[in-house]
Design a protein around this ligand. Structure first.
Ligand code: D41
Length: 691
């Protein structure tokens, strides 16, 4: 055999595996994909031309071979035990485990705490990897613990699993046990790709991992993005200086480039276990993969041996579970909820089920496309998921459990030709995912949401106008549009449920105070579709006055920073609605006002390049309003006074900043002084209050 080819093949394998490890385990790519592909193809060509060069641990083996007729059985050299589950999901579960371990070891209360290792419980499929002389020769499922299935071909396609160990002196035999799983982002990406190709999707990452490993066509398995983390050992022969603890074992495996999860600790006694349990529980939803709990293990192998096992479960380990994030339940009905923008969101009413720590009775179905994709029907058995504070959702239908008297497909437009809240027509616009009610502010559902938005802290900031009050005001017909809020008397407010005289007075004062606002807040408060806070601010800055915005065409609007065709269209449509113009007029008539300017397209701003500091309480302007006015005029607001400060605006109870300004000789203004500053002196009013 020409030794040049042999050396080249070996060099290519080394290089490819080095990049592979960097990419799949360290998540830090070292070369561009195209360059990796080139190396890979070179090696493939070499091996094809010189079949005698091929080795069982060549990276070319990762692409998957011929389909299998079935899996061969593998008898495990050392049985794969199972792990005892602590039924108590509270912190006391860790205490119970520690107490049992201490008792079995015959420790007295006065003896020192036991050393433990704590790690995550990955939600996947347990696998045994057998390395002989450092080369991966076999991978098997756990099966019944005694005998599993030979899934070597499929496991070779998992790039994170090394085909040979990174060590100069590998043990004669080293069996690594761990869990094959799918990361959530890989799962989502895979499903999106499948959906696009009109191919079947995976129900969840766990099924994805288990299904891929048991896939008979290794080429298909190779397309599934799987990951692996080691959690223990099987048979071991000839490991010089073998570690004496579980944590040192995982460290040693990590050095050999076997993937080991970084989220693990060692600690003493139950307190360390509880701390780990609580820490991970708080961060569970931020992890890139699903876990169903944590695992505690007695760290020292000599103590593990002393403890032994009962009926295939070691006494030295326990799984401490978290509440499941997915459960099965049935769909009792499908209804819709009308949102602020009129979108009809389909919601599944469910038989109550405990999932993610709470009892769930509703789950979102997102929109018609999602209903169609998952084919959710009334009466179906479904999997619901609730992770963290995310709204519960229906993940998948268990089609094999669909009732024989098959219910029909659910179609929003057919079931709700008119809005269930107001009776207006429901439409689905070209290119939109949502079906929408056309009722606008006429629709109470949209009215309530629009009012809450209008009164919100970042909009008109009417403190105390929350959802309970908004419900009453709309239901009693006291408020139809935001403008009606300004006509509410203190007596009317006091007559509402849960409103005492004092809170009515406070709310009345808050409504009054909200009248002095800024153009940006006002625009945001209107609740124009696709106009968020930042866009509202850009529009205010650009146009300077509401009338200019009202007169703007789509072309005019496109000149504003970050405004694209969709936003421009939403704005024009909003102001084309006579109803909305009427509301704006009534708001201005009620005394809602803001400082206007000529806008930035004509002026650099009267305070351009100036730095101001605000201190104390101003007589009429809130701090935010003053800041927004200064910024609208091109000025900057700083937090502390320095030589670079141009003006300090001082109100009542101004403290050290005022003293510092006096000391440095910085010009000091009161509110009237600030307003005068914003007023140009050429008599041609550039800024005015719009009463
Ligand atoms: O993450 C896991 N799913 C996990 C599973 C883990 N972190 N540790 C485990 N440890 C064991 C023993 C204690 C028996 C070595 C396990 C499992 N077993 C296990 N997984 C499936 C069956 C057994």
């Amino acid at each position: 055999m020409p030794s040049g080819f042999l050396a080249r093949a070996a060099a290519l394998r080394r290089e490819i595996e080095r990049h592979n490890y960097a990419y799949y385990v360290l998540d830090a790519p070292t070369i561009p994909d195209a360059e990796y592909d080139r190396l890979f193809r070179e090696l493939q060509a070499l091996e094809a031309e010189h079949p005698e060069l091929a080795t069982p641990d060549s990276p070319t083996r990762r692409v998957g071979g011929k389909p299998l007729g079935g899996f061969a059985s593998v008898r495990h050299a050392v049985p794969m035990l199972s792990i005892r589950t602590e039924t108590d999901t509270e912190a006391s579960g860790a205490q119970a485990f520690d107490a049992r371990v201490r008792k079995e070891l015959g420790l007295a209360d006065s003896d020192p705490p036991v050393d433990y290792a704590a790690e995550l419980k990955f939600d996947g499929l347990a696998i045994n990897l057998r390395y002989e002389q450092g080369v991966l020769v076999q991978a098997a499922t756990r099966g019944d613990g005694e005998t599993g299935e030979d899934v070597t071909q499929n496991v070779r396609t998992i790039h994170a699993i090394p085909l040979h160990l990174k060590t100069g002196s590998p043990p004669a035999v080293l069996e690594v046990r761990g869990e094959v799983f799918m990361r959530r982002d890989d799962f989502e990406r895979y499903n999106a790709k499948q959906r696009e190709a009109g191919k079947p999707t995976l129900v969840n990452p766990r099924n994805g991992a288990a299904g891929s490993i048991r896939q008979l066509d290794p080429k298909l398995a190779a397309q599934r993005p799987l990951s692996f983390f080691a959690y223990g050992l099987g048979e071991v022969q000839g490991w010089k200086q073998a570690p004496l603890t579980h944590s040192a074992t995982l460290d040693a495996l990590e050095k050999m480039e076997i993937p080991v999860c970084g989220e693990r600790v060692t600690g003493q006694g139950a307190a360390a276990l509880i701390a780990f349990h609580d820490d991970i529980a708080a961060r569970r939803d931020q992890l890139p993969f699903d876990i169903d709990g944590v695992v505690y293990k007695v760290n020292r192998f000599d103590l593990q041996r002393e403890l032994g096992f009962v009926t295939r479960e070691p006494r030295w380990a326990v799984a401490h579970k978290y509440p499941a994030q997915e459960q099965m339940t049935t769909v009792l009905g499908i209804e819709v909820q009308v949102g602020r923008t009129g979108a009809l969101t389909p919601v599944a009413r469910l038989a109550p089920v405990f999932v993610g720590g709470v009892t769930v009775t509703n789950a979102t179905l997102h929109n018609q496309d999602e209903i169609d994709r998952k084919d959710v029907r009334v009466g179906d058995t479904v999997i619901v998921r609730r992770a963290g504070d995310v709204i519960p959702e229906v993940v998948a239908v268990m089609l094999d459990r669909r009732p024989t008297s098959e219910p029909s497909r659910f179609n929003i437009l057919q079931r709700y030709p008119v809005c269930p809240e107001c009776g207006s027509h429901v439409v689905r616009l070209e290119g939109e995912a949502a079906a929408r009610c056309t009722g606008g502010l006429y629709c109470p559902a949209q009215r309530k949401q629009a009012l809450l938005h209008f009164a919100g802290r970042r909009a008109m900031d009417i403190e105390g106008l929350g959802d309970k009050l908004v419900d009453q005001l709309v239901d009693l017909g006291l408020v139809h549009t935001p403008a009606d809020v300004y006509g509410l008397s203190q007596e009317t407010l006091a007559s509402l449920e849960r409103m005492a005289e004092k809170s009515a007075a406070n709310l009345r004062a808050a409504i009054e105070a909200s009248k002095a606002t800024t153009l940006a807040r006002f625009i945001f408060a209107l609740g124009i579709r696709n106009v968020g806070e930042a866009t509202a601010r850009d529009l205010a800055l650009y146009f300077g006055s509401l009338d200019k915005l009202l007169a703007a065409t789509e072309t005019d609007l496109l000149a504003v920073r970050d405004v694209g065709p969709i936003v421009a269209q939403s704005i024009v449509q909003f102001f084309a609605e006579p109803h909305n113009i009427e509301v704006v007029k009534r708001l201005r008539d009620a005394g809602v006002r803001w400082l206007e300017s000529t806008g930035v397209q004509q002026s650099a701003g009267i305070l351009a390049g100036k730095t101001l500091v605000l201190t104390g309480t101003l007589p009429t302007l809130t701090r935010d309003a003053a800041k927004e006015m200064i910024e609208a005029a091109g000025g900057k607001v700083a937090g502390s006074v320095s030589k670079k400060t141009d003006y300090v605006v001082a109100g009542e109870e101004a403290g050290s900043k005022l003293a510092k300004a006096q000391e440095l000789g910085v010009t000091i203004l009161d509110e009237a002084g600030l307003l005068a500053l914003l007023e140009p002196d050429d008599g041609n009013a550039q800024h005015r209050f719009d009463f």
